[in-house]
Design a protein around this ligand. Structure first.
Ligand SMILES: Cc1cc2nc3c(=O)[nH]c(=O)nc-3n(C[C@H](O)[C@H](O)[C@H](O)COP(=O)(O)OP(=O)(O)OC[C@H]3O[C@@H](n4cnc5c(N)ncnc54)[C@H](O)[C@@H]3O)c2cc1C
Length: 737
């Protein structure tokens, strides 16, 4: 008789539904966002998909078909997401998750369409983040879609930072764009002459306004700024020729030239006059930092959407691969399973799917953190004002003290009441969330797009030759190439790694990271199948390694952890991303398990779906742990010089004659000794005496432990693979090929 424990676990029956995703990605209680998803999806799988299928990507020009998409975005409410209701927007409050969901839906079909929509927000972002009240009111209203009865076209914007080589690229400080005072009548605002050339500027084919980074070319102006340019300003507003892109062809990109006269009131955030000198309130770097901090999350989400969108077309292709052949009769394995009868085809799809899950969870987590952070930032402004803190130094001091306090509270046991302040004290909540955002944003941009592009190649390869044709369902070939742009624009991987190498060492972040290790062990005890225990061990290894490298020196005495040493800091940043992404994935699946039952439409298939997603977590944590172990081992040992068969290297080796003498006292010692140097100087055939790893012994113990922690991960992969071979998919893709 079967016992309860021998009942096979429930398996997943169908692809995750919207209801499941709403719980996983934290918007089950946001009906407004659920509606927005449906609207964005209708545009993506309707007009966008039809344009791609009809060859809309084959032209670099800004065509009527592409322009029609912008109007479709307006009608669907996508353009209005960025604005507040009083500016013509859809809803009040933070918009990070909303924008991430729109990006996800559009990029599910085409990254260029998503970019065309997001670039408008990027152009407005400097004004949104640091603009004066008047600037915000003016430009947000102009950019909002027309209300019923209004006869006007919404303004479109472009964000212009990058310049022709040799100026601004990754290094945003090398500005060649200039502004100077053209006219300054007594008692009036100065008039500026702005000269800026852009390179690869999105939306430029149709932009009505541009937010451009420029530096002072006038001793009467101090520093740099972001300035707003309009197409009707006197002078040259040359959109340049379209960039001959191989990616994202549904967005407009070009190299514009601007030589314009504009009033000084266009300086974003305003300015003051000090001793006859015009001083912008914000320099271009301050504004860019505030802007990219949020907008990069949405770029990260785009690649996640691509990976998850590839699952259904790949399953359909694999299943139908041999149908129609004489030997593949209905009911035969060849007919029913097609390529899915082959383990490797399934295992690779498991990897693609697991990466898609982890990257979506990471980027949506980052978006939610910014949604939580936005109101806190405003509350903090209130706190500064109530304490009379205006100077940057005074604010920084308050934040430093709060961070110290939060770090010491985080070290207390979980049940210590003093920890409650971490949730109730505004300062402490702010510093904790801020340091988290500082890590999650670059991690989502870096890992999702960089590793995502690699995994998109895997997805394409699963479709064989079809994958690299224009006919490939789901446009997978396009998505693979597009992913590389997502890894590049808004700062390529080096920029994200550079930022992480600073933010991941903040004591505030590290204190939270330590608490994640405890959190993962706790989860592992209730849900051993998630791989959370392996993840906790890999986290411990990462922590040990960064600590070791921060203090350590290389074989020549050079400091290891320092900004110039990208060979150390960058791989550690990569390793952290694997950990952060896998953790977010686990947390989302647990949320689904705990809250999914509240939704009647989900309840029935929930256990099977959760079991499957847990198996994907296990697969992903195993991969993440392996990556971390590989990267850390290389860094811990790679900067030591290997001993050679020279005097110094052999000083701790046995000599053959010594051993012979000892053999008389301790018979058998000869058979235990290795690295023995012969009386004639001969030595074993290898690179040198084996390394003495004394200082790295704790690392080796962790490594051994981690290897053991991988136990069961391949069984999880086998189960996930089998589930995929049985999962139901719709008859046909819901957007054209
Ligand atoms: C289709 C498209 C649309 C774009 N849209 C816009 C837009 O709307 N607005 C805008 O302002 N820009 C836009 N860009 C520009 C984009 O942001 C830049 O291309 C990107 O930031 C990289 O700059 P770069 O091309 O000059 O590369 P480079 O700066 O020349 O970098 C080349 C390589 O060197 C590496 N590298 C450079 N510096 C360092 C360093 N310090 N440390 C380590 N490695 C380094 C980089 O990681 C990269 O791998 C767009 C680009 C494209 C292709």
């Amino acid at each position: 008789m079967a016992t309860a424990s021998s009942v096979p676990p429930e398996t997943v029956r169908a692809l995750p539904t919207d209801a499941a995703r709403q719980v996983q990605w934290g918007f089950a209680d946001r009906f407004d966002l659920q509606l927005l998803v449906q609207s964005a999806r209708a545009v993506a799988r309707g007009p966008v998909a039809r344009l791609v299928a009809s060859g809309g990507r084959n032209s670099h020009e800004w065509t009527d078909g592409k322009a029609a998409l912008l109007e479709a975005f307006d009608r669907a409410g996508i353009t209005a997401v960025f604005m507040e209701p009083e500016e013509g927007g859809l809803f009040a409050g933070p918009k990070n998750l909303a924008l991430a969901l729109v990006a996800f839906e559009l990029a599910w079909v085409d990254g260029g369409a998503a970019t065309a929509s997001l670039a408008g927000c990027l152009a407005l972002s400097p004004i949104h983040e640091r603009g004066t009240k008047e600037q915000k009111r003016h430009y947000m209203r102009l950019a909002a879609p027309a209300q019923p009865g209004e006869d006007r076209k919404p303004w479109r914007g472009a964000f212009c930072l990058t310049e022709p080589i040799p100026y601004v690229g990754v290094d945003t400080g090398m500005l060649n764009g200039k502004f100077r005072i053209a006219e300054w009548k007594p008692g009036e605002d100065p008039v500026l002459q702005v000269e800026k050339r852009g390179r690869f500027i999105t939306n430029i084919g149709f932009a009505n306004f541009v937010t451009a980074a420029v530096d002072s070319d006038d001793e009467r102006i101090k520093g740099s700024c972001i300035v707003i340019l309009e197409e009707s300003d006197p002078g040259v507003f040359d959109r340049g020729t379209p960039t001959r892109k191989m990616v994202h062809q549904l967005s407009s990109t070009g190299d514009p030239i601007f030589k314009l006269r504009v009033p000084a009131s266009r300086i974003v955030g305003g300015y003051e006059i000090k001793d006859g000198v015009l001083v912008p309130h914000y320099n271009h770097s301050e504004i860019i930092e505030a802007v990219f901090r949020r907008t990069r999350v949405t770029v990260g989400i785009m690649t996640a959407a691509k990976l998850l969108s590839s699952v259904e077309p790949v399953i359909r292709y694999q299943r139908g691969r041999f149908r129609g052949a004489e030997t593949a009769t209905p009911g035969s394995v060849r007919y029913e399973l097609g390529l899915q009868a082959r383990e490797d085809a399934l295992h690779r799809l498991v990897d693609v799917w697991a990466t898609g899950e982890a990257s979506a969870s990471l980027a949506f987590a980052a978006a939610r953190v910014f949604d939580d952070l936005d109101p806190l930032e405003k509350e903090m402004e209130g706190l500064y004002a109530s304490r009379g803190l205006t100077a940057l130094k005074a604010k920084a001091k308050l934040l430093r003290e709060a961070a110290d306090e939060a770090v010491s509270l985080l070290q207390l046991p979980l049940d210590d009441e003093r920890r409650d302040a971490l949730n109730s004290d505004l300062r402490l909540r702010f510093v904790a969330l801020d340091s988290l955002a500082d890590v999650l944003c670059p991690a989502a941009k870096l890992w999702n797009t960089g590793w995502g592009a690699q995994m998109m190649r895997e997805a394409v390869s699963l479709m064989g030759g079809y994958g690299i044709t224009e006919d490939c369902p789901g446009f997978l070939g396009n998505k693979w190439m597009d992913a590389q742009l997502e890894a590049t624009y808004e700062g390529p991987e080096a920029v994200q790694r550079r930022q992480l190498s600073v933010t991941m060492t903040s004591p505030m972040f590290l204190a939270q990271f330590r608490s994640w290790i405890r959190e993962m062990r706790g989860i592992a005890s209730d849900h051993p199948g998630t791989g959370a225990c392996a993840l906790a061990t890999a986290m411990t290894m990462w922590l040990w390694t960064i600590n070791h490298l921060q203090k350590g020196r290389d074989a020549d005495g050079g400091k290891l952890y320092q900004s110039a040493r990208q060979g150390v800091t960058f791989p550690l940043a990569d390793a952290l991303c694997w950990l952060v992404a896998a953790r977010c994935q686990i947390l989302d699946v647990l949320r689904l398990e705990q809250q999914g039952g509240d939704d009647a439409s989900l309840a029935e298939g929930l256990p099977g779906l959760v079991n499957f997603l847990i198996d994907l977590c296990h697969v992903q944590t195993a991969r993440a742990s392996g990556e971390v172990a590989r990267i850390c081992a290389e860094l811990v040992f790679g900067y030591n010089r290997h001993p050679a068969w020279d005097k110094e290297g052999t000083c701790s080796c046995w000599r053959a004659d010594e051993l012979d003498e000892l053999e008389n006292l301790m018979p058998g010692i000869n058979s235990y000794a290795f690295d023995v140097v012969g009386n004639n100087g001969s030595h074993p055939q290898k690179a040198g005496p084996c390394v003495n790893c004394g200082a790295a012994q704790p690392f080796l113990s962790l490594h051994t432990k981690l290897d053991g922690c991988l136990t069961g991960s391949r069984l999880a992969k086998d189960r996930a693979a089998e589930s995929i071979s049985k999962i139901m998919i719709p008859e046909a893709l819901d957007y054209p090929a």
